[in-house]
Design a protein around this ligand. Structure first.
Ligand code: CAO
Length: 560
């Protein structure tokens, strides 16, 4: 054992930085690279890692202190005899060290071996991966505003690696693999574009999320292979089929969930380990940063609550639902919800709690539409495309969105702005064995009925085969959820926020309709339009279904 000073390393040009978080205290045992402090400059927060493995004997700074390169921030007893070997190893120029995999194991200093083994625990089939930036929707040089992981972190698939912020959105880039972070290749304040290397990691071997069948490159796996996002997936936006994970988590998702939290990587790591949702933790640090103590306090509260009774938390200050012990009523069994089910549940609840829903009901007379559709059966057989009522609904809704653009918006309440979309992409809810998914058909207004029929069928099949890519589930302005092939008279679909409206379609039925002289048998299609009453008023809701009814009633008007 020898006592060593812990000093502030090179601060990349910054003169003085503020201590905003002290992660350890005297008596704590730490590993090399474990966080000791978090320091904050004007531009970024950085962690001060432990230079050795050992025991902290003293921390000589306080939160709020200003420190500069070389300042002593604490003392520690270093494990093993002389620490010179590790210090030498660390300070040796990188080029002088052979790459780890070329270094003969027996020649490596003991401490290096231990550190390597610990920072990258290997299981059978473990492999090295460089995670690269996925598609940023065409954006390049997007500033990195937060690094969410550090070397040595053990992470799961979809854990956020970094947060980037463009003019338009804040996005978290999730990990496509489970495993151990070996090296973070980006810095806060830097910029990223698609394909840039983010993180080097050791990916867990067979039997884990990042098994050998994981994709060889580091692009996010197709949705079906990726567990759904629980927080922002997803989350792509929420209901009715929001469960699909996304390559990056958008600001809307993050903001909708209140997930824009300020916390250093060490605190995030603790929160992950303890299963604490940081969006629910009350910050007490400077600039609303969440400190380690805040996470501990939150966990204590949760435990107290749990001891008082099993309560399903709903968030938003709404009292939870207390579950009884069901076994007192009869035999029960329990099974874990899939990640997709959890994500769908969260997204439904998020939308239901955030969006004041109103549902407008109406019927459209599709007698002529149906005659025309049936007349196209032969043509469809020749083309190998099945023409269902859905393409007509897509085309008619695209027209209504053009005529009533107040439905083609999202609300940005943080900035008190309405985001008007100059494109018409429509999501279609698809019922799959794994749950609801919403693939998106782009530029519906520019496509013909056959093209829409083919694309809808292809996307629905991909959804059922778990082959949809995250990009194929993003960007919808509006959603259609058709239960027409299944049944029912009407329902109240949940808006797929941040969209502001969704059309539910039930089963068409022959009905006697009064034409002023007699009842006529007409095929009536029930429409259920749910909308966000903050963005759309009731009169517009009725105008939407009126116009949709007119267009579906005489599809020649779609040509005008
Ligand atoms: N009224 C009467 N019949 C209808 C109809 C309607 N509104 N809509 C479709 N049909 C008919 C079709 O014409 C087809 O009949 P035929 O086989 O005789 O031609 C049959 O129902 C089955 O259609 P489909 O389901 O294969 O095709 P689709 O284009 O209508 O729908 C899709 C595609 C993906 C929307 C649908 O398969 C699906 O998954 N729907 C469920 C969506 C869902 O679960 N939403 C709930 C979300 S809210 O919780």
């Amino acid at each position: 054992m020898s006592e060593q000073e812990i000093t502030v390393p090179d601060l990349g040009g910054a003169d003085e930085v503020e201590v905003i978080e002290i992660v350890v205290s005297a008596g704590d045992t730490v590993e090399m690279e474990d966080s000791i402090l978090t320091l904050e400059t004007d531009k970024a927060s950085v962690e001060l890692p432990s230079p050795h493995a050992g025991k902290i004997t003293k921390i000589t700074v306080n939160i709020g202190d200003k420190v500069k390169e070389g300042d002593v921030v604490g003392l520690m007893e270093v494990n093993g005899g002389s620490d010179a070997s590790s210090a030498d190893t660390e300070q040796a120029p990188a080029a002088a060290e052979p790459p780890a995999d070329e270094q003969p194991a027996e020649a490596a200093p003991q401490e290096s071996q231990a550190a390597a083994a610990e920072s990258a625990p290997k299981t059978a089939g473990a492999r090295q991966e460089t995670v690269k930036v996925p598609s940023l929707d065409g954006m390049t040089d997007v500033p990195v505003i937060e690094i969410n992981v550090s070397a040595g972190d053990v992470i799961e698939v979809d854990d956020p690696l970094v947060t980037v912020e463009s003019d338009k959105a804040t996005m978290e880039i999730p990990s496509p693999f489970a495993g151990t972070v070996d090296k973070v290749l980006v810095a806060e304040g830097g910029t990223l574009s698609e394909g840039d290397a983010l993180v080097e990691m050791t990916v867990a071997g067979e039997g884990s999320d990042g098994g050998d069948d994981a994709p060889a490159d580091s692009e996010p796996a197709p949705a079906a292979e990726q567990p759904a996002q629980v927080e922002s997936a997803p989350e792509q936006p929420s209901s009715p089929a929001p469960a699909a994970p996304t390559a990056v988590k958008t600001e809307a998702e993050v903001a909708a969930a209140g997930t824009k939290v300020h916390a250093g990587p060490a605190v995030r790591k603790i929160a992950r380990e303890l299963g604490a949702d940081l969006t629910r933790v009350k910050p007490s640090g400077p600039k609303n940063r969440i400190l380690k103590e805040d996470v501990e306090q939150y966990i204590k509260q949760q435990l107290n609550q749990a001891q008082k009774g099993s309560v399903v938390a709903t968030g938003s200050g709404i009292p939870g639902v207390k579950l009884p012990d069901f076994s007192q009523f009869g035999e029960v069994s329990r099974e874990a919800m899939s990640r997709m089910q959890v994500a769908t549940a969260n997204n439904m609840q998020r939308s239901w709690l955030n969006v004041p829903h109103v549902t407008q009901f109406d019927d459209a007379d599709i007698t002529e539409l149906e005659n025309f559709r049936k007349s196209q059966k032969k043509a469809g057989e020749q083309k190998g495309i099945k023409m269902t009522p859905l393409p007509f609904l897509l085309k008619a809704c695209a027209r209504v969105l053009q005529e009533l653009p107040q439905f083609n918006v999202s609300l940005d309440l943080e900035r008190k702005e309405i985001v008007r979309k100059q494109y018409i992409h429509i999501g279609i809810a698809v019922d799959t064995p794994a749950g609801l998914l919403v693939p998106v058909i782009r530029d519906v207004d520019k496509k013909g009925l056959w093209e829409l029929a083919a694309e809808a069928a292809e996307l629905a099949q991909k959804a059922r085969d778990k082959q949809l890519k995250p990009a194929e589930m993003q960007g919808a302005c509006f959603t259609i959820t058709s239960l027409g092939g299944i049944g029912g008279k009407a329902f109240t679909p949940i808006v797929n926020t941040p969209e502001v409206a969704i059309l539910g379609v039930s089963r068409a039925q022959m009905q006697p309709v009064w034409d002023g002289a007699s009842f006529q048998p007409r095929l009536m299609l029930p429409l259920s339009l749910s909308y966000d009453h903050r963005a759309v008023n009731g009169a517009d809701g009725a105008r939407f279904t009126n116009l949709l009814g007119e267009l579906l009633g005489d599809i020649r008007t779609l040509l005008l």
